[in-house]
Design a protein around this ligand. Sequence first.
Ligand SMILES: Nc1ncnc2c1ncn2[C@@H]1O[C@H](COP(=O)(O)OP(=O)(O)O)[C@@H](O)[C@H]1O
Ligand SMILES: [Mg+2]
Length: 311
Amino acid sequence: MHVNDSRETTSALAPKPKVIGIRRLKEPMPTPFKTRVFTVANQKGGVGKTTTAVNIAAALAMGGLKVLVIDLDPQGNACTALGVDREELAGMYEVLVNEQLLSQVVVKVAGFPNLECAPADIELAGAEINMVGFVSRESRLKLALEKFLAEREATGTRLDYVIIDCPPSLGLLTINALTAAEEVLVPIQCEYYSLEGLTLLLKTLQQVQQMLNQKVRISTIVLTMFDSRTRLANDVANNVREHFPNELIDVPIPRAVRISEAPSFNQTVMTYDASSPGAVAYMTVAREIARRGSGEIISQTTNLNDGVNSA
Ligand SMILES: Nc1ncnc2c1ncn2[C@@H]1O[C@H](COP(=O)(O)OP(=O)(O)O)[C@@H](O)[C@H]1O
Ligand SMILES: [Mg+2]
């Protein structure tokens, strides 16, 4: 992979004073030609979905892009990492079950000019059960998001990225997320069995493609909690590289203490310690995601789809 961002790469080596407050990169990231909606999915828990969702969202926002994180996991870990106090707020339950407008639940994330969050309210745990009786229960999020994005477009405040954080299951919330998105980002932790879960995800994705959303595809794979010293991590990485050469962003996120510390300070690692290796890796991955979405590789998009179907 071509990494053209020397600024972030060198910042890992040279100690830099901490910058407090709103952060923005000198070199902006390219704007996609339309809003890109990503679902971060992997039915395994603890593989780095939430960490990847919030840090990539923060990194894209720091690159000057307008980003919305939708926290669709009842545990609300994305809210925690973004410093959004969900106890007080209406959130995705209200949107999915009571048809509240997404625009009424979206809040700004402190410390970022362009980052917003649709919180996982406390009731979200009951959403799957309460949606069961609804007609088109799988498309509730899609409809809400379409309306919201159209509204934003019309008011000249178009979003560049929407990133949906999913719970660790393939239940109705994740199905809603897969139905609402065109792109799936799969974080893979390089350990035993990490690829077995992928088969199930691919199967579910195929069903969603057939029944609900033809456009959705795995566009992006990120290796998380990577420990280059272990042979296993390298084996898994090689395996993923072989099966998903186009989708894999070949900049593994290292296992890093700063990444795991950040949420307890209600921060992403991008603000908690922007020059730490974990933050630098997420910044590089975000920049590559933005580059791929800048229109340069629209033709490649079609090929990726074929890859998913035959995988
Ligand atoms: N690169 C990393 N290095 C160290 N710890 C990590 C890293 N990525 C995630 N973690 C930690 O691993 C745990 C699980 O990550 P999380 O993103 O919550 O996974 P998921 O959303 O898939 O359940 C969290 O405690 C998180 O802080
Ligand atoms: Mg999570």
